[in-house]
Every structure is written in structure tokens, then in C-alpha cells.
Design a protein. Structure first.
Lengths: 214, 116
């Protein structure tokens, strides 16, 4: 086993049951380079490599304090990783599903428009856009990125629902308008959903500060 | 060779490191060697103690670290003193000047004339 391998093996042993973290990686790198230099110095003084390596291990001192420091980083890292990978995987699923539903809805609606159907049937498939948008919004908001933390699942879900409800209002308006050919029916049937959706979103936006301060 | 007890020096580890870094950037093993040279070989600060002290000084903002760009072998982790670190160093030096005088009196001083 060459010297560098021996040093790596030794450091791996010292930190053997410490979870991985950037800090641990950096510290090992720092210790490794300094040990290499020290052993080189010892060898220049005439020690053979085995003795020099043993001396270097002894004179580095008690690393237990550092091991404990690193253990704390490792535990935090593990917790964060498990949490974020779980939520991010779920959010990826929602984003993909959302985009697929939206695409499906848009394509179907476009082909319906070109088909020779009754007006009322033309808007029907755009209901998929309504559902897909809600899922997409949830997926994006519940996602953790480098720049921001994930929104709580409940809030992200409510945002998703409110977007869907608003789009549903448009859907209902257009569909009933097409069915009856009356503009006032279109508006009145859309109103209730529009009010609920916008009310929900306003509530969410206004309660943002309170959540942050907790 | 007369050494110095760990107890006596413990409170000054940070100041010693700041002294060395105030004279130029340096890395772990180099600082270790400089401490031996500074003490004429009478004091050896264990590397493990050094790394613990670096972490504390980094956290307090007294020093900064950066990776060197050595072409051969691994990269060294260098430390640099910050403005705050320089101030702390000057302050500690002043405190030491005062403490030195007081300790000298406390350890060696006699109260002879008062007992007569």
C-alpha cells in the first residue's frame, strides 16, 4: 500500500462512523496534505517511511474533538438530504403530471375546435388544463432549490387549489356561455368560482408575513 | 529543555495563531512548524489543537480560509487574518502586557513591610 493510500485509510478509520458532509470532506483533505508534508520532512531527516508515518499519527494529537464536530455536521446533512430528496421527488412527480395534463388538455381542445362539433363540446377537454395547472403550481412551490426552501405542503396545496378554482371559473364560464350562447349566463356561472379562487389566493398572499415570522 | 505547561498556554492559542497569520497567510503544518521555531523548540502545539482553534476563529470571523493552487500533490488550505482578527490581536497583545505585570507581582511580590 503506498503512502497516500495509508494516510487515506488512516483518516477514514478516524472518521469512520461520521456521516458525510462538505466540512468532513474539506477537513480530511486538509489533514491529508499536512500529514503528507510532515512525513516528507521526517523522511528527509532520515526516518524510513513506516516510522515517519507512525510518528506523524502520534504527533497529530487527539482528534476526538474534531470527530465530534464533524459528527454534528454529518447528522444535519443526512437529515436535510433525506427530507429534501423526498419532497423534491414528490414535487418532480407533480410537475411532470401537471405538464402532461396541461399539454393533453390543450392539444385535445385544439383538435376539438377543428372538429365539426357542437360549440358546447369544444371546451370540454380543457378541464385537463384546469387540473394540470393546479398540480404544476403545487409541484413548483413545494420544491426546494439552492435559492429557496420548499413551501409547506399545505400552503403549496392551497395555492394549487386556488389556481385550479380560478381556471375552473373560466372553464365554467366558457362552457356555459358556449352551451347557451348567452354572455350573462357565462359570467354569472363563473362568478362563484372566481370569487372563491381569488379570495383564497388573497388570503394566502396576506398571511405570508405571519408564517415567516413564526 | 524547559517547556511550558498546557494549562498556562491554553488561553493564548488563538492569539499565537493570530500573531503568525498577521505576518502572512499560512496553512496548518506550516503554522505548526512556525510555533516550534518561535518558541526555540520549547513548545509544540498539537495539530489537532490547531485545527480546533482554526474552526473557532473562522466561526468568530477572526480568520478566513481558502484553498491553495499547488500543482503537485493535494491542495493546501490556507488561512488569512481578517480586519476584525487584526483588531482582536492588537487588543489581546495589550491585555497581555497588563496581565504580565500583574501576574509578575502576584507570583513573586512580597508584602514584607506591611507585616512589621
Amino acid at each position: 500500500m503506498n503512502l497516500n493510500r495509508k494516510i487515506d485509510h488512516y483518516l477514514d478509520q478516524v472518521f469512520k462512523d461520521v456521516g458525510k458532509s462538505q466540512q468532513l470532506f474539506d477537513l480530511k483533505q486538509e489533514l491529508r496534505v499536512n500529514m503528507q508534508e510532515r512525513i516528507k520532512d521526517y523522511k528527509e531527516q532520515g526516518m524510513d517511511e513506516t516510522v515517519a508515518f507512525r510518528e506523524a499519527k502520534v504527533s497529530i494529537g487527539d482528534l476526538n474533538g474534531l470527530v465530534e464536530d464533524m459528527r454534528v455536521y454529518g447528522q444535519q446533512e443526512t437529515r436535510n438530504r433525506i427530507y429534501s430528496s423526498m419532497t423534491n421527488r414528490i414535487s418532480t412527480g407533480f410537475i411532470v403530471l401537471g405538464i402532461m395534463l396541461i399539454l393533453f388538455g390543450v392539444m385535445m381542445t385544439i383538435s376539438m375546435i377543428f372538429m365539426d362539433l357542437e360549440p358546447v363540446a369544444k371546451s370540454g377537454t380543457s378541464i385537463f388544463v384546469v387540473l394540470g395547472s393546479g398540480l404544476l403550481v403545487y409541484g413548483i412551490l413545494a420544491r426546494e432549490t439552492r435559492k429557496r426552501y420548499a413551501m409547506s405542503k399545505v400552503r403549496a396545496g392551497l395555492y394549487g387549489i386556488s389556481i385550479s378554482v380560478i381556471l375552473f371559473a373560466v372553464f365554467v364560464g366558457v362552457t356555459s356561455g358556449l352551451a347557451t350562447g348567452q354572455l350573462f349566463i357565462a359570467f354569472s356561472s363563473a362568478t362563484i368560482f372566481m370569487v372563491i379562487g381569488i379570495g383564497l389566493i388573497v388570503m394566502l398572499l396576506l398571511s405570508r408575513g405571519e408564517t415567516l415570522r413564526k | 529543555m524547559a517547556g511550558i505547561s498546557t494549562d498556562l498556554i491554553r488561553g493564548h492559542t488563538n492569539t499565537i495563531i493570530l500573531n503568525i497569520l498577521s505576518q502572512g497567510d499560512s496553512y496548518g503544518y506550516d503554522i505548526y512548524k512556525k510555533i516550534i521555531v518561535l518558541s526555540d523548540g520549547k513548545y509544540e502545539l498539537k495539530e489537532a489543537t490547531l485545527y480546533t482553534a482554526f474552526r473557532r476563529l473562522l466561526k468568530d470571523g477572526e480568520i478566513e480560509s481558502y484553498w491553495g493552487d499547488e500543482s503537485q500533490g493535494g491542495r493546501r488550505k490556507y488561512y488569512r487574518i481578517t480586519e476584525q482578527g487584526k483588531q482582536t490581536y492588537e487588543q489581546n497583545k495589550e491585555e497581555w502586557e497588563n496581565a504580565k505585570v500583574i501576574l509578575e507581582q502576584l507570583i513573586k511580590g512580597g508584602i514584607g513591610h506591611e507585616s512589621e
